[in-house]
Design a binder for this molecule. Structure first.
Ligand code: PLP
Length: 454
């Protein structure tokens, strides 16, 4: 299959670009994207594709929103950039932080802005270490993450990421980052040695792995637990309902900060403004990016609890929070974010994400009768279909069979584009996607699975 362009752009691309997760073979038939309209992406050959992943989970209000371009242009014309280092500020960032305080968890009222998700997670790790250090516990430095967690690819974010294929060529990882198993309802196995009459639910057992890890490492060495409310790039893993409340209890019991990576789940993706609300708990720090500007400008950040904000505010000069980026609180990014929040609120898109998600999941569930559809799952407008070689044993296809990539090729032939994790097909379209397009996505995926797997 080839969607090669008619010009020599791809040769020029290969001569001078290195892409994220670079693979030269992938560039020989790369799409050159030229236009976006709503939920549709257009490539250079003029073909239209349903943008089933809203860019990279981020274009939540859809493509082609002139309002966001206007917000950027106005801000650029007035003040494109000025430092926001201590001693300076700008109005868009003040307004954005104030607005986030109203939308976000009750205990989170202060914000630091970055340019994206990995920078946000780096900020969260450093702030967790800082918090314990100013509180006289400098040995609390470790961060516990989870298998299948994705947190970005800077060195510490990569070390926190629990998808092992990201590590080997960049070892050694940053010391002090470790992982526990994911709650992964489809595949979770009680740890070895669990008694058959153990009364705990799978969600509680999965959360208790955190307690075991903290005790093994020594609570006096653990700064934080890090998790996405719903694991995204790892294959839309929706935890059991009793998982997060138990995690919060364990964190509290051992003085471990709870870091929520809401880079995907923030700003409505799960049908609520932020992902942990559903579970009735609050994080100590949350990281966000992506949906805050719908990807129209690179912006991310962290929100910190009042307790952590007080620690930063009250520290003596020799304990200053020495963390900063040139583009922190970029006035253009903040102006775009404000306009993006206006759209989300005015058009009721967070609620719409929840409603559309139910329609998508209901549609995808009809594919479950296929002998190779092992699991269909989702929350809000993020969903995944996991293909397996054997439904009974849940055995995966050998990687060499390239089932996932072949299904992806088949969906592209039918006009839909996304990203997969192995043989897990992820779907997370813009919140503005029409009902008809949601139904078409289900149809395309069903046809493609049948085309590849019979
Ligand atoms: C949950 C999560 N955290 C962090 C990141 C990293 O964000 P970025 O690529 O902007 O550094 C991502 C990106 O997909 C993500 O999904």
């Amino acid at each position: 299959m080839s969607f090669a362009t008619n010009n020599d752009d791809l040769a020029r691309d290969r001569a001078h670009l290195v892409h994220p997760l670079h693979r030269p073979a992938a560039q020989t038939h790369a799409h050159e994207w030229v236009e976006g309209r709503g939920s549709i992406l257009v490539d250079q050959s003029g073909r239209e594709f349903i943008d089933a992943l809203a860019g990279l989970w981020n274009v939540v209000v859809g493509h082609g929103r002139a309002e966001l371009a206007d917000a950027a242009a106005q801000q650029m014309k007035r003040l494109a950039f000025a430092t926001s280092y201590a001693g300076s500020t700008n109005r868009p960032s003040i307004e954005l932080a104030e607005r986030l305080a109203a939308l976000c968890y009750q205990n989170v009222n202060r914000f630091f802005f970055t340019s994206g998700g990995a920078e946000s997670n780096e900020s969260a790790f450093k702030t967790a270490r800082y918090f314990w250090r100013v509180n006289g516990r400098p040995e609390k430095i470790k961060v516990i993450g989870r298998q299948w967690g994705y947190h970005g690819t800077t060195l510490a974010a990569m070390s926190a990421t629990g998808i092992a294929s990201y590590w080997p060529m960049f070892e050694p990882r940053v010391p002090g980052f470790l992982h526990i198993a994911s709650p992964y309802p489809y595949r979770f196995q009680p740890p070895a040695g669990t008694k058959p009459d153990d009364p705990r639910s799978p969600g509680v057992m999965a959360a208790d792995l955190l307690e075991e890890a903290i005790l093994r490492e020594g609570p006096e060495t653990v700064a934080a637990f890090l998790g996405e409310p719903v694991q995204g790039a790892g294959g839309v893993i929706v935890p059991q309902d009793d998982y997060w409340p138990r995690i919060r209890q364990i964190c509290d019991r051992y003085d471990v900060l709870l870091l929520a990576d809401e880079v995907i789940t923030g700003f409505g993706r799960t049908g609520q403004w932020f992902g942990l609300s559903r579970y009735g708990i609050e994080p100590d720090i949350l990281s966000f990016a992506k949906g805050i500007t719908s990807g129209y400008f690179p912006l991310g950040g962290i929100g910190i609890s009042d307790r952590i904000a007080a620690a930063i505010d009250n520290a003596s000069d020799d304990k200053t929070w020495m963390h900063a980026f040139t583009y922190s609180a970029h006035p253009v990014g903040c102006a775009v974010a404000l306009a993006n929040l206006d759209i989300l609120e005015r058009e009721g898109l967070v609620q719409r994400a929840g409603e559309l998600g139910q329609r998508l999941l209901k549609g995808l569930k009809t594919l479950e009768s296929h002998p190779h559809v092992g699991d269909v799952r989702g929350l809000g407008l993020m969903a995944a279909v996991e293909l397996v070689a054997d439904k009974k044993t849940k055995a995966e296809f050998p990687a060499a069979e390239k089932v996932g990539p072949r299904v992806h090729a088949a969906t592209q032939e039918r006009g839909m584009f996304t990203r997969l994790r192995g043989d897990v097909y992820n779907l997370a379209p813009p919140f503005t996607t029409s009902e008809a397009t949601i139904d078409r996505m289900v149809e395309i995926l069903g046809e493609s699975i049948r085309a590849v797997l019979g």
